[in-house]
Design a protein around this ligand. Structure first.
Ligand SMILES: *Cc1c(COP(=O)(O)O)cnc(C)c1O
Length: 225
């Protein structure tokens, strides 16, 4: 058995009855992705539009592609119809565009709203406050071609595991709050995407339903390609 399939099997064994696995394949080749696919993996995560569009036609059509990187508004049109889920919707403008482009293509696109709780500065993601404000004005009927499935977030990049745990608790807490306030009008709001190669065990303990794991499956990325 190849090492990619070993790692997929190990991780899937550990996740059993826990979160679902997104195999983050950015910067890895179609051949490597196929190895993971042949080990039973169906959901793959990519963070760049051109890269996803280049790989998709070379791989089995029953793969579910998740877009997990920052999505520029001028790339939305190309992406829609090629992804099952956009995990990284980080503005109202982007959500509107995903909905209108999905309408034009006659598809529905699952989305997660990205929430920023980590200590690193970033322009991307709603703060918890912004997200709650947004939800207070959100009407699913205004976005008929998106299905709001949940939230996505990252923990601080730190060795302080208590901070990592409290970041995950906060992300899960925001999901629970939205679910309890607005869940009745959003029956498909069921996803908390959190946890990466180095911290997914903590994320799983704190209530993740979807982990995004790259390096622990495919090894280190070579950013040269
Ligand atoms: C690259 C990436 C991952 C995977 O990171 P690893 O440390 O390789 O597991 C997960 N989530 C997002 C948003 C990413 O960009």
């Amino acid at each position: 058995m190849s090492s990619i399939s070993n790692k997929i099997n190990d991780i899937r064994g550990l996740l059993k009855n826990g979160p679902e696995l997104v195999a983050v394949s950015k910067f890895h080749s179609p051949e490597e992705i196929l190895e993971a696919y042949n080990a039973g993996q169906k959901i793959f995560g990519e963070s760049r539009v051109q890269e996803l569009l280049a790989k998709e036609p070379q791989l089995p059509s029953d793969i579910f592609w998740h877009f997990i990187g920052h999505l520029q508004t001028n790339k939305v049109r190309q992406l829609i119809g090629h992804v099952a889920m956009i995990e990284s919707v980080d503005s109202l403008k982007l959500l509107k565009l995903v909905s209108s482009e999905s309408y034009k293509k006659g598809v529905k696109t699952d989305v997660l709203l990205q929430v920023h709780v980590a200590m690193e500065e970033t322009k991307f993601g709603f703060t918890p406050e912004e997200l709650m404000d947004f939800m207070a004005t959100y009407s699913p009927e205004d976005y008929e071609n998106v299905v709001l499935r949940g939230v996505m977030g990252m923990a601080s990049n730190t060795d302080n595991l208590e901070r990592v745990r409290s970041d995950f608790k906060q992300i899960r807490g925001i999901f629970d709050k939205i679910k309890s306030c607005y869940g009745e009008s959003m029956p498909n709001f069921d996803t908390v995407s959190m946890g990466m190669s180095h911290d997914w065990q903590i994320a799983a303990e704190e209530g993740s339903t979807l982990v995004r794991i790259g390096t622990a499956i495919f090894g280190p990325r070579s950013y040269a390609i």
